[in-house]
Ligand binder design. Structure first.
Ligand code: NAI
Length: 469
């Protein structure tokens, strides 16, 4: 089957970059990315390609090359669905905030809406692809809706989870470790659909890196991959606390452990805690699924990864309060970074939000600098927690455009995101302009204790033995 038109529902952090790369690599396929958020679509269509709504190194160049040629962004969802032979569903699947499974299960209402819309609009056969991360066996529900409410056309459902990491999305899409495609490989039609998607990726991904499995393995592999990645972060973070007590240095431990080829060196960097829209929600989803099968030990095992992460964020914030003579009330605390990691403007579940919330409860005054995050987003992140009034959030936290305004007359500066530019800041200037003692809290392990000491800072670096504790 030759694919001429692809539609992607959801123009977010996954839909946007993924489709931009498919369009760039497959110039003979028309790719239309649709979204109900018209403002987001308008930003994707902004004349100045630097204004696209998602910041990823290299993305604007890819969009610039393909946009208007065979890459389109549109709010006309029905039209794009009807025209496509292949439809990716790439909408958000947040943790449920109400009802059964509240705080754990994935909220599938956006997925179901998509399925119903596809069923209503389609007048020709479609291959429907789960690109969003979904609980195992969701394809069954999709099939049920499509076949029972549709216009009698045929549907093949594939699972094609996305493994890109924000901050390196374009690189990951161009050169993926593997592409995973789950389909109904026991039937001819199922095989054909899998083959059609394999052929799209084969434009640039070597065939041996395109893995095909049954649908359930594919769905569950994505949750498993995120659980394993997050588990490594929580494992090294658990060790960071022990390092601080024993005089071991977590960087040295990580290096020594990571050189064991059975373990490997990636994802062993200790920090204030992982963030991002995926790890927490996907593990909670996994925990919920395990519990629903009565697998309580399996559920408890994975839940501990989240408990450890929450502990790491809380103890970082508590350290700041304890070190600042047990009170931060009315004190200016400077934050370097708000995004959940460097090279992205995504702030979802960022550790900075929770550290700020803790300190605001202690009545601190916070000033933030992040090269890609605006004040509007910071306010929205805090308002979402509902801890205090919107008015109070706006009174107590401010964003600035200059990193040195963060440290000026501050009692403490905390590094919350590992942006490269923070390593280049003039630390002597920062020290001189701060109140004394000048406390520096490195939540991303980008500084070295000894060089800060030489300047005069009193420094806490995660996982290093220090005199502040
Ligand atoms: P996002 O929130 O950035 O984008 C989702 C978009 O879908 C939004 O713009 C929303 O307006 C749109 N949408 C929702 N319902 C719609 C509907 N019925 N019709 C049209 N548009 C609709 O989410 P993101 O980060 O792109 O994630 C999407 C999925 O991909 C999630 O399931 C996530 O778990 C998964 N994923 C995310 C990764 C990441 O790094 N962000 C990596 C791998 C997977």
């Amino acid at each position: 089957m030759k694919i001429k038109n692809i539609c992607c529902i959801g123009a977010g952090y996954v839909g946007g970059p993924t489709m931009a790369v498919i369009a760039q690599k497959c110039p003979e396929i028309n790719v239309t990315v649709v979204d109900i958020n018209e403002k987001r679509i308008a930003a994707w269509n902004d004349k100045d390609v630097e204004n696209i709504p998602i910041y990823e190194p290299g993305l604007s160049k890819v969009v610039d090359e393909a946009r208007g040629r065979n890459l389109f962004f549109s709010a006309d969802v029905d039209k794009a669905i009807d025209q496509a032979e292949m439809i990716f569903i790439s909408v958000n699947t947040p943790t449920k905030a109400y009802g059964m499974g509240k705080g754990m299960a994935a909220d599938l209402k956006f997925i179901e809406l998509c399925a119903r819309q596809i069923a209503r609009v389609s007048t020709s056969d479609k291959i429907v692809i789960e690109k969003s991360t979904l609980p195992v066996r969701t394809a069954e529900a999709l099939k049920n809706i499509l076949e029972n409410t549709g216009n009698g056309v045929n549907y093949q459902i594939l699972s094609n989870p996305e493994f890109l990491a924000e901050g390196t999305a374009v690189e990951d899409l161009m050169d993926p470790d593997r592409v995973l495609i789950g389909g109904d490989i026991d039937t001819e039609k199922g095989k054909e659909a899998v083959e059609a998607l394999v052929n799209v990726y084969a434009h640039w991904v070597p065939k041996e890196r395109i893995l095909t499995t049954n649908v359930w393995s594919s769905e569950l592999s994505k949750l498993t991959a995120n659980a394993f990645l997050a588990q490594r972060v929580s494992s090294i973070n658990a060790m960071s606390e022990l390092c601080e007590k024993t005089g071991a240095d977590v960087n040295e431990v990580a290096k020594a452990v990571g050189m064991d080829s059975r373990i490997g060196s990636k994802f062993l960097k200790s920090s204030v805690g992982f963030g991002g829209s995926c790890f927490q929600k996907d593990i909670l989803n996994l925990v919920y699924i395990a519990k629903s099968f009565g697998l309580n030990e399996v559920a408890d095992y994975w839940e501990q990864v989240i408990i450890m992460n929450d502990h790491q964020k809380r103890r970082f914030a508590a350290n700041i309060v304890r070190t600042l003579f047990n009170t931060v009330a009315g004190k200016k605390i400077g934050f370097l970074g708000w995004a959940f990691k460097k090279d992205t403007n995504d702030t979802r579940e960022s550790a900075a939000i929770y550290v700020a919330d803790y300190l605001l409860n202690e009545q601190a005054e916070i000033v933030v600098y992040d090269p890609k995050v605006k004040e509007e987003q910071i306010n929205a992140d805090l308002d979402y927690l509902n801890t205090r009034s919107e008015k109070e959030n706006r009174q107590r936290i401010k964003a600035v455009n200059d990193p040195y305004q963060v440290s000026k007359e501050a009692h403490a500066v905390a590094i919350l995101t590992e942006w490269d530019e923070f390593k280049e800041l003039d630390r002597k200037r920062i020290y001189d302009e701060m109140l004394k003692p000048a406390f520096l809290f490195d939540g991303r392990n980008i500084l070295h204790q000894s060089s800060q000491k030489a300047i005069g800072f009193k420094t806490y670096i995660i996982g290093e033995n220090c005199d502040l504790l």
